[in-house]
Design a protein around this ligand. Structure first.
Ligand SMILES: Cc1cc2nc3c(=O)[nH]c(=O)nc-3n(C[C@H](O)[C@H](O)[C@H](O)COP(=O)(O)OP(=O)(O)OC[C@H]3O[C@@H](n4cnc5c(N)ncnc54)[C@H](O)[C@@H]3O)c2cc1C
Length: 190
């Protein structure tokens, strides 16, 4: 097998790098010790959200959601990824901070009271010990949710169909030999 790029690890980092290589017309091979999503990716909560505390993080997450939505269209991942949005409940001061940050970063959001959120999503249950009136909600409607293990395995299958090679095995980083003449790039994503 001759490839341009060898990616070690089929988590979200490795899969997305292989996909980017594919878009550049390069032949990639992913070597994974167990199976796609075996590491942190498959054990995560599977939420792609802009609800972060820092402008750079918010912008990166927003870009990440755009990339995920492009994958959804290109690889027919409807049913695997859902745009659920994310609702956070916090003290008024924190919600104001969030709202300022989202406006600065061009993120669509809605601020609402707890009672309004309960009207909108009647199945929501709040622990009102602190007094629901003391808190507010912020909703970012474009956030995406997934079962991360299902996502990783289906995405890996789609990439395989597009020509990305997969090999199962643990790469021994210490003793790995790299043929620099034939390999354009080696990416360690583990
Ligand atoms: C409990 C939890 C919840 C989280 N929830 C979220 C969330 O909701 N949203 C979010 O954005 N982030 C979340 N994260 C963070 C996110 O899961 C990680 O940042 C992300 O999955 C890292 O991806 P990765 O591809 O870098 O690593 P991994 O997913 O760990 O992938 C590394 C892969 O490399 C393989 N590997 C390792 N060594 C070798 C080797 N020597 N040879 C071959 N293969 C090897 C592993 O088997 C593994 O599959 C969460 C993390 C945790 C732990």
């Amino acid at each position: 097998m001759r490839v341009d790029v060898v990616v070690v690890g089929a988590g979200i980092a490795g899969l997305s790098v292989a996909e980017a290589m594919l878009n550049k017309g390069m032949k990639a091979c992913i070597i994974e010790a167990k199976h796609a999503g075996y590491g942190a990716t498959g054990r995560s909560a599977g939420i792609a959200t802009v609800q972060m505390n820092d402008a750079l993080d918010v912008r990166l997450a927003k870009r990440g959601i755009d990339i995920i939505n492009a994958w959804r269209r290109r690889y027919n991942l409807d049913g695997i990824l859902s745009t659920t949005g994310l609702l956070s409940i916090d003290r008024q001061g924190s919600i104001i901070k969030y709202a300022r940050l989202f406006s600065e970063c061009g993120v669509a959001y809605e601020v609402m009271g707890v009672r309004e959120a309960m009207d909108r999503w009647p199945w929501l249950r709040f622990n009102a010990d602190g007094g629901v009136d003391a808190e507010e909600c912020i909703y970012t409607k474009d956030d995406v949710c997934m079962d991360p293990l299902v996502f990783a395995s289906v995405f890996a299958e789609r990439l395989k169909d597009m020509g990305v090679e997969f090999a199962t095995g643990r790469v021994d980083i210490q003793s790995m030999m790299v043929d620099v003449e034939h390999l354009t790039c080696l990416i360690m994503s583990m």
